[in-house]
Ligand binder design. Structure first.
Ligand SMILES: [Zn+2]
Length: 204
């Protein structure tokens, strides 16, 4: 594959319940990386590519069964042995759950921007954790920068009324009870580095 990285993706046509469905290779140049985190299920594995005449050594990042078996992808395509698609779909589910519960890691440029945030900009982000019921209810995920957990917005059940702010309501963290929740509807990316910076800034 000529030195360019390729991604193996489950596109919109992929169906985990259909053995004839398979992931497809796409060149990395078609995508921007918004989350540079590697899955904890990936291993790095080098092997000689027997399919190419020059037999280059290629590096694979994938789960161990896929990375170490040069015929794994071919088996997925042929769809004769459902054990291959079972293994593939099991990792797919694990990685989707992992992406949901964890924080993405910022890329270098995003990290530089986070490091350069001023006190005023941090304060602006902080305003989203007060009188934020509407924003939390419009969110899919929330992050708490006190306990630094990520969770579904539907887990948020408790609010306190803010008499000084038109009686709007402030969400309380379902994990630690603190009033330091940001909803993703606020448009603030939940990078691990940003949540850690907020934690250090306000709880030092
Ligand atoms: Zn919390």
């Amino acid at each position: 594959m000529c030195g360019e990285p390729w991604y193996l993706l489950c596109d919109d046509y992929y169906r985990a319940d259909n053995i004839d469905s398979f992931p497809r290779y796409y060149p990395a140049m078609l995508f921007d990386v918004v989350d540079a985190t590697h899955s904890k299920y990936w291993v790095e594995y080098q092997r000689i590519d027997e399919c190419v005449d020059t037999k280059p050594e290629v590096t694979n990042y994938s789960f161990p069964e896929f990375a170490q078996d040069p015929y794994f992808y071919g088996e997925l395509l042929e769809a004769c042995d459902e054990n291959y698609s079972k293994v593939f779909n099991r990792y797919k589910l694990l990685m989707e759950t992992e992406a949901w519960n964890g924080y993405p890691t910022a890329t270098l440029i995003q990290n530089l921007k986070i490091a350069a945030l001023s006190d005023e900009e941090l304060h602006e982000i902080h305003t989203h954790c007060t009188a934020n019921r509407e924003e939390v209810e419009a969110s899919s995920r929330c992050a708490c920068f006190y306990c630094q957990e990520v969770f579904r917005a539907t887990e948020v059940k408790d609010y306190i009324v803010e008499p000084s702010m038109d009686y709007k309501e402030t969400a309380l963290c379902p994990r630690c009870g603190a009033d330091t929740i940001l909803g993703d509807a606020a448009g603030i990316p939940f990078y691990k580095e940003l949540i850690e910076k907020l934690h250090r800034h306000y709880f030092g």
